[in-house]
Design a protein around this ligand. Structure first.
Ligand SMILES: [Zn+2]
Length: 138
């Protein structure tokens, strides 16, 4: 933008990223077991699916206009500019290395926040990761 990077870095306190995911309809959501590839995604993001936790599939009812979803839920990633990240940002200009460094320093990623909301039964794997809806086995 033509602004010297030290000016941006010295005044920047935090960066908040937000995405909205559809919220599962409480009335008709249906329990299912997590799939092996989903368990893999949690592992890749340094998270675990606690024993006994169910995933949900949207079904559809009168309450939700047959969509299986009702309302939205925000998923977030908050990058706080710590002194060490400021130092880092002054050396590296691309945003990738900065968020990478923030992750190393313990920042929870937007995917991790989304996965957490899957574990809480609030939203679905599809809403967080994209791809097709997973149907429960009958
Ligand atoms: Zn419903």
């Amino acid at each position: 933008m033509g602004i010297p990077s030290y000016l941006v870095v010295s005044t920047l306190k935090a960066v908040l990223a937000q995405r909205l995911a559809r919220r599962l309809c409480k009335k008709c959501k249906k329990e299912r077991e997590p799939l092996p590839e989903e368990i893999e995604v949690f592992k890749e993001n340094n998270m675990e699916i606690p024993k006994g936790v169910k995933f949900y599939t949207p079904v559809g009812c009168d309450e939700c206009n047959d969509t299986g979803y009702k309302g939205r839920v925000g998923i977030h990633e908050l990058l706080i500019m710590t002194p060490s990240l400021k130092k880092f940002a002054l050396k590296e200009y691309a945003s990738d290395p900065l968020t990478e460094q923030a992750r190393k320093e313990g920042m929870r990623t937007i995917i991790q926040d989304g996965l957490e909301k899957i574990l809480m039964g609030i939203t679905t794997v599809r809403e967080v990761l994209g791809g097709g809806e997973i149907k429960p086995k009958e």
